[in-house]
Design a protein around this ligand. Sequence first.
Ligand SMILES: C[S@@+](CC[C@H](N)C(=O)[O-])C[C@H]1O[C@@H](n2cnc3c(N)ncnc32)[C@H](O)[C@@H]1O
Length: 288
Amino acid sequence: MADSPATGMGASDWASDFFGTLNEMPADAVTGIGGILEAMSTLPAFRDARQWVLRNLRLSQGASVIEAGSGNGASLADALAIVGTNGRIAGIDPTLAFVDSARRRAAALGAANVRYEVGDIRAIAARDGEFDAAFCDKVLIHAGPAGAALAEMARVTRAGGSIGAIEWLPFFAVSSTRPDAVDAFNAVFKRAVYDYFVSANLARHFMAAGLTDVRTEAFLAHTDNLDAHPFWRAFIVHQMPMFVHVGLIDEAVAQAFLADIESLNARRAFSASFIVQAAVGMKTEGHR
Ligand SMILES: C[S@@+](CC[C@H](N)C(=O)[O-])C[C@H]1O[C@@H](n2cnc3c(N)ncnc32)[C@H](O)[C@@H]1O
């Protein structure tokens, strides 16, 4: 693919982390990741960030919107609530199992105005200006460069339409008597993801993509109980054997960390927090 005249970037710049290779992974691993995404989607910080973006895309009933990197279609109910059954919702994602699962979700909701297709955020199969808005949720951290993804989302959005993104910094401010183990746990994500700090750079990327009226917001995820919401145990505890298996953390350190947080949790001396960040911007007439 030739370099984009707008960004100077081409497919040779594209890269992603393990989230770009899920089609090659065993089905049960992908199902497990799908379960984590489902838990993430209802955690208040992620849910609030998604709803903030959807509200600020300035969509009304009957509007059209595309989610790039739509996963299992976790945003569908929120998007439907805004554009209604007379609107149009599209989702693209490279992971076949997620596209199937998103299609099943749309069918279960009886949503006939929804299409999920296999696709890539950096080369969206849609016409210029085809949608009123485009957004992505927890994708730029895994695949990019962000500039190429935002340029494509802007291309398929009409002039006057909006673009949004939700990202998070996977740094857990977590209680522990073992600061060394907390460092090792947080290092897992810094090593595993494609663009660790993208959440803090959304405004910069949006402006570089030629978007205007850029606004950002932050949402705090916090708990004082590992079992207060399924996300916490699923993400921190249940994924640990996989992190050990792929060499992201030493097994003894991982076990010490988990034993420590379980003990603190049992004594009600546990807490964990991280931040989710979101941005919206507008595509103006004459957008380059
Ligand atoms: C953390 S998940 C988020 C999924 C969904 N947005 C959600 O919030 O549940 C990241 C998603 O990015 C998708 N992905 C990976 N590489 C991509 C790419 N190049 N273009 C679009 N999506 C991509 C993965 O298949 C996965 O569904």
